[in-house]
Design a protein around this ligand. Structure first.
Ligand code: AMP
Length: 210
């Protein structure tokens, strides 16, 4: 199955993607994670993306399109994949079509901006393995270190409050039009994201099987 997860930053796409991919045995592909790894390793791509990412702006379409093209040509994508964080603009969605890729379903995790702001500013990620926590609703044992690998938890630069507001603005302007884009193709499934993680996962899986 070829899936896209749509939704504002902080809607829980990454966490849900992990569960759903395990269930469906397909790889989760996050352009954000690919770019963050490139930034950490200071590759050419990382250097190109750094300033955009830190301010919460989108990395230019041609850069992310190239990343996705390469990633989707790898062997593990042959039987399907889940795209988390791509496409984020209509240009990117059209590029995906241009690659001859037929997406089966687009899951749109719907959440209000107030909830998103709370989630992102309280989100902490492990600087070692990338695991995600929330200071209140999904804390690690001591809220300082990762339960999985013991490394320190940090606030992502782009989760700082003023950056979050900017990311939401960009989301509404540039990414939300994709809801219409995929609704017109009868591919959009709206899921209420303001509930327990497990309830949201169950809804997504049921909708995908239905
Ligand atoms: P994410 O982890 O998906 O929230 O992505 C973090 C950041 O990576 C975004 O704020 C953008 O700067 C960049 N990024 C990730 N995916 C894309 C995309 N499809 N188009 C443009 N920029 C992206």
């Amino acid at each position: 199955m070829k899936l896209i997860f749509l939704g504002a930053p902080g809607a829980g796409k990454g966490t849900q993607a992990e569960f759903v991919c395990k269930e469906l045995s397909i790889p989760a592909i996050s352009t954000g994670a690919i770019i963050r790894a490139a930034l950490k390793n200071q590759t050419e791509l990382g250097k190109k993306a750094e300033s955009y990412m830190k301010s919460g702006a989108l990395v230019p379409d041609e850069v992310v399109i190239e990343i996705i093209k390469e990633r989707l040509s790898e062997d593990d994508c042959k039987n399907g994949f889940l795209l988390d964080g791509f496409p984020r603009t209509v240009v990117q969605a059209e590029a995906l079509e241009g690659m001859g890729i037929e997406i089966d379903r687009v899951v749109n995790i719907v959440l209000g901006d107030d909830v998103i702001i709370d989630r992102l500013t309280n989100r902490r990620v492990c600087e070692g393995c990338g695991a995600t926590y929330h200071l209140i609703s999904l804390p690690s044992k001591d809220n300082v270190h990762c339960d999985k690998c013991g490394k320190k938890l940090i606030l992502r630069k782009d989760d700082e409050p003023e950056t979050v507001v900017n990311r939401l603005k960009i989301y509404h302007e540039q990414t939300q039009p994709l809801e219409d884009f995929y609704a017109k193709k009868n591919k959009l499934i709206n899921i209420d994201g303001k509930r327990e993680l497990k309830a949201v996962t169950a809804d997504i899986l049921a909708a995908l099987k239905g």
